[in-house]
Design a protein around this ligand. Sequence first.
Ligand SMILES: CC(C)(COP(=O)(O)OP(=O)(O)OC[C@H]1O[C@@H](n2cnc3c(N)ncnc32)[C@H](O)[C@@H]1OP(=O)(O)O)[C@@H](O)C(=O)NCCC(=O)NCCS
Length: 228
Amino acid sequence: MAPVSGTSPVPAPPLLRTDRLLLRPLTSGDTAHIVALHTDPDVMRHLGPPAQSGSATDVVAREEVPRMVAAGTNHTDPDGRRQLPHYLAAETRDGGRFLGWFLLRPVTDSPLLPRRSPASLELGYRLARAAWGHGYATEGARALVHAAFTEAGADRVVATTMAVNTASRRVLEKCGLRLVRTFFPVWDEPLEGAEHGDVEYGLTRAEWTRSMKGAQATASDRRSVPEQ
Ligand SMILES: CC(C)(COP(=O)(O)OP(=O)(O)OC[C@H]1O[C@@H](n2cnc3c(N)ncnc32)[C@H](O)[C@@H]1OP(=O)(O)O)[C@@H](O)C(=O)NCCC(=O)NCCS
């Protein structure tokens, strides 16, 4: 993953690149994709009832998307020149296919997380059904964890999901986050599986630094093994 620069709002320039993904600011031009994403019952299974009626679809287009587009930014340098929006659209580098969105925002914006320091950043993601199972969520989330610690000054990256959301938990584990606690929010209309609670995962800067050093040492060990 390598950060790339660019400030022109139209078209939104990529902010992060991975092997297969471009992450760029989410814009109002993504509305149709977001409506499709947020109205897919499979995608929303662990997130809440999908907006299915015409008026509910309007809510996504008229309220949710503008809120996401207008959400804040993580300042990534002292001059504030390079900023990472809280919501990033993900598309394929090959062909520019819209895959979904990733989130990185201060936990102070999260309804489910304790009021920790704003330097704790919450990680999230929502991908279109057709994009599942290709490692995209892990690839994008790893890029954001890296950016959180190397650019956005995070002291901790945290995430929550339903305990029964196995795919999301696996993504978090593959990004190095560890289970912190299981908790039981009170919901007006609990989703299937809510009785198992929600889980919080976290990764501190110290843990992330150690894992990076470990990975470098392993790579260097591999390089120093003589050819047989
Ligand atoms: C959660 C989500 C982002 C995962 O996306 P993805 O691109 O399929 O994830 P990846 O391909 O990176 O897979 C990550 C791991 O999860 C595993 N996984 C994926 N789907 C799974 C499932 N349904 N059950 C069990 N494991 C699953 C993968 O096998 C992989 O682990 P492995 O490498 O050890 O095999 C995607 O399912 C999604 O957008 N769901 C709807 C929105 C959502 O629930 N977001 C999270 C809310 S907190």
